[in-house]
Design a protein around this ligand. Structure first.
Ligand code: PRT
Ligand code: ZN
Length: 288
């Protein structure tokens, strides 16, 4: 039995909060809800959530005030604290890009020479420019970066982009992709103490089960027995599909698992191979 708890830092308000808490809940870790709390101990797992601004999470994790934290890779790269990325979490995907006014001819990074770039990511942008031997001014602003060119504050911006609609509605075009980012679980520089490594291992095991389930679907279909081999090669599943005879002679029901990413492609192949009555069902947890 552990008396210790793993302290995990989660964004207090913002884009990461809901998905971070949902991941923990899907991993079977429950909390008493309450939005204004600074700390929330789990009621059924030796873990405590500490709610912080995302910018502060790398420092708190470095200092050991939190054992682990959930932040964007962009924040980890910007803050440059002693953080170890432990696991990518598959949400909050975005990219940090440079954008300039639409209609401007851009012939490469040399366009940026001598220009002013507004950004909330000065460290990452400075490094990007240094590697390309470009001299440009960096104007650090903390929010609404996309309006900077329009009000004459900067020639270009470097900001996070997901759908691209913010750039679009501010008359900007994306010209350089600096980095891709998603939410990541980070740990501090020192090895965890008092049994928290065991708790972290259990948490990571559960996160894997949740994320594999999210990325896969359970699939059931009917097929003529002559098509079983071909269909098995299309959807081999975790070990191999389950095959059960149908009451109708010469036909079987085949059950397997299919990855979300090539799902539609597989469905087309299955139909071509003679599959009928295809059912696709979400999986709640998946343990290999
Ligand atoms: O208050 P606190 O400091 O905790 O929050 P914050 O305002 O710094 O962060 P928040 O909640 O906006 O974002 C937290 C994290 O979410 C970021 O660090 C990224 O890792 C991730 N993330 C993913 C994003 C986006 N996608 C995103 N699209 N963060 C911000 N944006 C913004 C972007 O800055 C721009 O204003 O959304 C706009 C662009 O979106 P599109 O869809 O129009 O392209
Ligand atoms: Zn922030």
């Amino acid at each position: 039995m552990h008396t210790s708890r793993l302290r995990i830092a989660v964004q207090k308000n913002g884009r990461l909060r809901e998905d971070s808490l949902r991941l923990l809940e899907d991993a079977g870790i429950s909390f008493r809800s309450g939005k204004d709390q600074l700390k929330s101990p789990s009621t059924n797992f030796p873990l405590e959530v500490i709610f912080l601004r995302d910018d502060d999470i790398p420092q708190y994790v470095e200092d050991g005030v939190a054992d682990v934290g959930i932040v964007g890779e962009n924040t980890v790269a910007e803050k440059r604290k002693q953080n170890r990325p432990v696991k990518k979490l598959g949400f909050a995907q975005c990219r940090l890009s440079i954008a300039i006014p639409r209609g401007t001819t851009y012939e490469g990074t040399s366009w940026l020479e001598g220009k002013n770039i507004a950004t909330s990511y000065p460290t990452i942008v400075r490094e990007f420019l240094k590697q390309r031997k470009i001299n440009a001014g960096i104007h650090e602003i903390s929010g609404s970066v996309e309006i900077a060119p329009g009000i004459g504050l900067a020639d270009a911006i470097a900001d996070l982009v997901s759908s691209g609609s913010t750039l679009q509605s501010n008359g900007l075009q994306e010209v350089e992709h600096i980095m891709s980012s998603e939410a990541v679980l980070i740990a501090g520089p020192r090895p965890p103490v008092n049994g928290t490594q065991d708790i972290l291992d259990q948490l990571l095991f559960r996160i894997d089960a949740v994320n594999s389930a999210r990325n896969n679907k359970y699939i059931l279909l009917n097929c003529p027995n002559v098509a079983i081999d071909q269909i098995t090669s299309i959807i081999p599943g975790m070990k191999s599909p389950t095959i059960m005879p149908l009451a109708r002679t010469g036909w079987s029901s085949l059950h397997s698992v299919v990855n979300e990413n090539d799902f539609w492609n597989k469905i087309d192949q299955l139909k071509a191979a003679g599959a009928e009555g295809i059912l696709v069902i979400p999986i709640e947890k998946m343990i290999a």
